[in-house]
Write a protein that binds this ligand. Sequence first.
Ligand code: PLP
Length: 230
Amino acid sequence: MQTRLRENLDRVRDQIAEAAQASGRTVDEVRLIGVTKYVDIETTQALLELGCQDLGESRPQQLWAKAEALASYSPHWHMIGHLQRNKTKRTIPLLSVLHSGDSLRLLKAADNDWTGDAPLATFIEVNISGDDAKGGFPPADIAPALRQIAALKRLRIVGLMGMASLEGGRTQAQKDFAGLRELRDQLRSDCPEEVSLDELSMGMSHDFDLAIREGATMVRVGSSLFEGLS
Ligand SMILES: *Cc1c(COP(=O)(O)O)cnc(C)c1O
């Protein structure tokens, strides 16, 4: 397993470096989040041992179990899926980064439940595709909410997070990512100074190269890392 996992990780890292170079950026401007939601604790541990310290989970219960079992590795946990408000109290203190800040209510709950000394790095999740099944702020709702978001002192807003449409393949994905970057650029023109929008969390296994070309600073990659493992 370790050999195959290492090959997969090397390949993904090479692809990240290639896409970064192609867009005139350096590889250390893009952080790889290894999404471990498909795999067990043992495989997650193997990924940590290969040096992938940034791990993403979309289900709180799995994050709790892995955070406990793998505490000695001190991974950086990234919450990337919808967080119900009755799970924030237990989940938020475990995080390094909250990607799925998908409503003002959730952001307020996260602000309330964060226990760290420094503010929690948090993304505003945007529903770029307009897909009903997807979470996130409708793009037009962000500007009016920015002052209230800026008032949440225990959160440090770092940027926008989004997912490409399910339909339309890579062509549509590229448009969605460009749209998220453009939205970010527009929001910057009238943004409270407490809110930074420097980061873009976008791109998954099938489209992270496109996301990097459109300015992604964090890519969330799962299935490509675990290909061929069983
Ligand atoms: C599952 C998931 C990913 C990773 O998807 P892959 O296609 O397996 O790389 C990324 N982001 C979110 C929000 C996810 O739920």
